[in-house]
Design a protein around this ligand. Structure first.
Ligand SMILES: Nc1nc2c(ncn2[C@@H]2O[C@H](COP(=O)(O)OP(=O)(O)O)[C@@H](O)[C@H]2O)c(=O)[nH]1
Ligand SMILES: [Mg+2]
Ligand SMILES: [Zn+2]
Ligand SMILES: [Zn+2]
Length: 389
């Protein structure tokens, strides 16, 4: 499902869908960009959480543009512009060939923010191995640096994503990060939404995020393996000082998070039966399992990810990892979850990754980031969609 579906446009910021004829345009000329010519844009300000009065002032919006070869004439200054904006939130629409939403869902503390941040970091560093270039629009680049990169460099712990207040506008509270990946044919815009885990706890809050989950090309469901009693008990036996930071928080079960996700899609799209969006089930914090003498499994899962190394996606490696994890889940008495996931989704793969590479031992300082296998679920999706070899 792309951005252009029956000539309808899906905004990657607010996830509203509307006919192409409803698109607005923003003037991009030097004249309309002069500070004396800027106009207050309350819609944009609201959707982007802008409070500063000066920042609310933006170039003129053309509401009745008649596009010719992708350009419209500004009714204020007379110059042409090709900058399309969303009629609902006034965000600039990506001018790329396709728009792909990747939903990252999981409970609070399951590792979503570390996952998104370190995945982007790996993609920026290594996508060229697949002959692709990667570029982030200015606003996303800034978000990536502020939210993730600076913390990684300065060894500070990522702040907890704020849950939006009731009825708050989730887009402004939590802007998604967009990144453009170009191969030798097309440029595709990938939207990563790193939402507060609280959103997925119950169905009523989940409604905020229903449009974006329902329109996503893939869902990455992150699960914290420490939630498995067999895993936590082993870690505690091996190291009585093992502190599990999120210990006191109440956790939804894997089954609940999975079923909430499935139910939201069904009620939003008015569908029934197996869901046709590929589901990657990713176990985070895998370093804890590999570093534990009694939990450490045999098999390829402990080897480094081969895909970037070889510049080619290895289906064998991916299938082996997935069945190894299924085996571990059966061993840990989580067979029911595996069956449920396969009942609800047509395509399911299991992954294990470590975003950080080690445990955060203090409240304030984070170790050097040494990610392992964070890229695997995303590369699987690219491969499945035939975007990479
Ligand atoms: N050992 C280990 N801990 C991790 C890893 N990723 C995240 N964590 C821990 O899990 C906590 C929550 O991660 P975060 O990404 O903020 O979770 P979110 O609430 O789902 O966004 C972090 O503060 C870390 O303590 C990892 O790769 N390894
Ligand atoms: Mg978070
Ligand atoms: Zn929008
Ligand atoms: Zn103008």
């Amino acid at each position: 499902m792309g951005l252009f579906d029956f000539d309808k446009v899906l905004c990657p910021y607010c996830y509203n869908k509307y006919p192409r004829s409803k698109i607005l345009w923003r003037c991009d000329s030097g004249k309309c960009k002069k500070s004396s010519e800027l106009e207050e844009d309350t819609v944009y300000a609201e959707y982007h959480n802008i409070i500063n009065a000066a920042q609310k002032r933006m170039p003129h919006i053309i509401t009745n543009g008649k596009p010719k070869k992708g350009f419209v004439k500004c009714d204020k200054c007379g110059e042409d512009t090709n900058k399309q904006i969303c009629p609902v939130c006034h965000s600039v629409l990506p001018a790329t060939d396709e728009n792909i939403i990747i939903s990252v869902v999981g409970g609070p503390g399951s590792g979503k923010s570390y996952y998104v941040g370190t995945l982007l970091r790996q993609l920026i560093q290594y996508m060229s191995r697949f002959g692709c270039t990667i570029r982030m629009p200015q606003e996303s680049r800034q978000l990536y640096e502020d939210r993730y990169e600076r913390n990684f460099k300065e060894h500070t712990v990522l702040v907890k994503t704020m849950a939006p207040a009731e009825n708050a506008n989730i887009v402004g509270a939590n802007l998604p990060v967009l990144c453009n990946i170009t191969d030798n044919k097309k440029t595709r815009t990938f939207t990563f939404f790193d939402a507060a885990g609280e959103n997925f706890d119950d169905e009523s809050i989940m409604r905020y995020v229903a449009p974006y989950i329902s329109h996503s090309t893939a869902i990455i469901l992150l699960l914290d393996p420490i939630q498995i009693p067999a895993v936590l008990n082993t870690l505690l036996t091996e190291d009585p000082n093992f502190v599990y930071k999120e210990d006191k928080e109440k956790h939804s079960s894997y089954e609940d998070i999975l079923m909430n996700t499935a139910n939201v899609i069904h009620s939003h799209l008015k569908t029934k039966g197996q869901i046709d969006i590929p589901l990657a089930v990713g176990f985070s914090k895998w370093d804890l399992i590999e570093n534990s003498p009694s939990l450490r499994p045999d098999g390829v899962i402990t080897s480094p990810s081969p895909h970037f190394m070889n510049g080619a996606f290895s289906e064998d490696d991916c299938d082996n990892v997935s069945s190894e994890i299924e085996g571990l889940l059966a061993h840990w008495e989580y067979q029911n979850f595996v069956t449920l996931a396969k009942q609800q989704f047509k395509t399911v793969k299991f992954f294990g990754f470590s975003a950080i590479g080690s445990n955060i031992m203090s409240r304030t300082t984070a170790p050097n980031i040494v990610s392992k296998r964070v890229e695997d679920p995303f590369l699987w999706l690219l491969h499945k969609k035939h975007y990479i070899d």
